[in-house]
Design a protein around this ligand. Structure first.
Ligand SMILES: N[C@@H](CCC(=O)N[C@@H](CS)C(=O)NCC(=O)O)C(=O)O
Length: 219
């Protein structure tokens, strides 16, 4: 039975899994749901009511980081460091990336300037910490592309869209992140991890929220 991924079109956590599936060239089917109106079968299936959910051989796995480790494990395991300490550190940074996604989301949905600036400052400081963490690349762990790269890539894709509309992040002070994110955004598995109308849907969600950045953006 093929792998089935339950998805929401603009979810960055789903995107991580699609990058991993794409990078590993794993055959899969995608079922899209509307998170604003989730079907009963999905709520039955997903313990936290969240996407991504992966169905395989009648079993269900949830949480993007766990799903990605599983996909990598059943396809050779080379996207995770073998050495336990490095592997644990990678898991921690993947969790850190999840927090950054949360900050970015809160910033884009902020209703007023004060709230927006609070989250933007927080996001910049999170970015700076990653900048300090990165070595010479080309990837998060150096020579080897890994699940950490798949976890951070959606942040950069969302920022690329938001930046061109809202000037959110100034990458000039983040040269290592800038180079890494450009490299990630050119990677085929990353490019192919979103639906063709991703940009429109992403911007529509911000517009519908009536958030500060939408109302005040230069466009
Ligand atoms: N920790 C989860 C986060 C997933 C998540 O927050 N997904 C969002 C969409 S991007 C969701 O399903 N939200 C629905 C809800 O919270 O009700 C993961 O990494 O998979």
């Amino acid at each position: 039975m093929p792998i089935e991924l339950i998805s929401f079109k603009t979810c960055p956590f789903v995107q991580r899994t699609l990058i991993t599936l794409g990078y590993k060239d794993v055959a899969h089917e995608i079922t899209f749901i509307d998170l604003a109106n989730p079907p009963a079968w999905f709520l039955e299936l997903s313990p936290l009511g969240k996407v991504p959910v992966l169905k395989i051989d009648g079993e269900v796995i949830f949480e993007s980081a766990v799903i990605n480790e599983y996909i990598d494990d059943i396809t050779g395991g080379e996207l995770q460091p073998k050495e336990p300490l490095l592997r644990a550190k990678n898991r921690a940074w993947i969790e850190y990336a999840s927090n950054m996604l949360g900050t970015g989301y809160m910033m884009k949905m902020a209703k007023d300037k004060e709230e927006y600036e609070t989250y933007r400052t927080q996001l910049m400081s999170q970015m700076q910490r990653i900048e300090n963490q990165l070595d010479d690349g080309p990837w998060f762990n150096g020579d080897n592309f890994s699940l950490a790269d798949t976890a951070f890539a959606p942040i950069f894709m969302h920022d690329a869209v938001a930046n061109y509309r809202f000037s959110v992040i100034n990458f000039e002070s983040l040269p290592k992140i800038s180079a890494w994110s450009k490299r990630l955004l050119k990677t085929p598995a990353v490019k192919q991890s979103v639906v063709p109308d991703f940009e429109i849907l992403y911007l529509e969600a911000i517009e519908k929220s009536g958030s500060y950045c939408w109302k005040n953006s230069i466009r």
